[in-house]
Write a protein that binds this ligand. Structure first.
Ligand code: GRG
Length: 305
């Protein structure tokens, strides 16, 4: 696991380098907005979504015996960074008083606490727009069809029938403790799962994957997303607040039903492990070459933050 954590760290470093170089610099009166964007987007988080994009790309290159050129690696980094920017926007907005009202994120004051509510809203909006700006930039991704397919798939994954729709349902039903398991799973698949699945899908687009491999990799990603969310619900009751870098017992405080409140701790742990195992089984058919994706599946349920 130590070796895997080092790879995850190196990946974060590469993505941060891209973000530092390419996030906008203020050009006049917008300097405070830029400060707020950089405060949340750079040097924070595990960047597992970016890792998923990069590793899926590397695996596909291996499967198809393609040489992963520097240009192709850069394209993967661009899309991975765009997805991390989108993820960051969702966390900034999720922490706002109108949503989770969380004062801490990644071990430091949430964006709206450090700045203010309107700046946090605008920083999130700006990160979302910037993500599509770099995906659409021909200097970054050469093939016009790939640019348009990637934009389409990501927009679909994070829109009303994806992340935003899931977040709306999460908010609407947060005070109801009568949601059943399939409703909770629906919310998870939309709120968290669809962006995670899109990480594998965009790598498939960049590497021209065939339908069969695309299907397997999406199924791997679906399982990773589900295991990740159940593990997150378990961390909400068990984690060390300092280590996790955000308040614990948030779902209890906000009366949000989740996998643990519905299944109980023991069953939820079992389900997380089964789901991670399923992901490992799917990706193991690509051995050798998928070792880092196997480690990621193990990590989703063994992490302590
Ligand atoms: C506000 C449109 C909008 C969407 C919010 C992602 C999300 C949707 C809310 C976050 C709520 C939450 C805690 C979900 C659990 C899973 C999750 C996304 C955890 C945070 O992701 P990590 O652990 O975070 O990858 P880091 O900090 O490592 O990037």
């Amino acid at each position: 696991m130590d070796d895997f954590l080092k790879k995850l760290e190196k990946n974060s470093y590469d993505i941060d380098k891209f973000l530092e170089r390419n996030l906008p610099t203020g050009d006049f009166l917008n300097k405070r907005l830029i400060e707020s964007i950089k405060y949340s987007a750079i040097s924070g988080g595990k960047k597992i979504r970016a890792f998923l994009v990069m590793e899926t790309g590397k695996l596909l290159a291996k499967i198809y015996n393609k040489n992963l050129s520097e240009k192709k690696i850069n394209e993967l980094v661009v899309v991975a960074s765009a997805i991390e920017a989108i993820h960051c926007y969702s966390l900034i907005h999720d922490d706002l008083p109108a949503m989770d009202n969380s004062p801490l994120r990644r071990g430091k004051p949430s964006n709206h606490v450090k700045f203010d509510d309107y700046t946090a809203i605008l920083a999130g909006d700006a990160l979302l727009s910037w993500a599509f700006q770099i995906i659409g930039d021909a200097n970054f991704i050469q093939d016009p069809k790939q640019r348009s397919d990637i934009s389409f798939e990501i927009a679909k994954a994070i829109g009303p029938n994806g992340m935003v729709g899931g977040q709306q349902a999460d908010m609407d039903f947060s005070n109801q403790n009568n949601l059943n398991l399939s409703e909770i799973e629906w919310i998870q698949r939309h709120k968290t799962g669809s962006l995670i699945s899109s990480c594998c899908l965009v790598a498939c687009i960049l590497l021209d994957a065939n339908e069969e491999d695309k299907k397997s990799l999406m199924s791997y990603a679906d399982n990773i997303g589900l295991a990740f969310q159940i593990a997150d619900d378990l961390l909400d009751i068990n984690a060390n607040e300092k280590l996790i870098g955000k308040p614990v017992m948030q779902d209890d405080k906000n009366k949000t039903p989740n996998f643990v409140t519905t299944l109980g701790e023991e069953h939820a742990s079992k389900r997380a492990l089964e789901t991670s195992k399923e992901a490992i089984e799917i990706i193991s058919k690509y051995q050798p070459g998928s070792e880092n994706l196997v480690s990621l599946a193990k990590y989703t349920v063994n992490r302590d933050y």
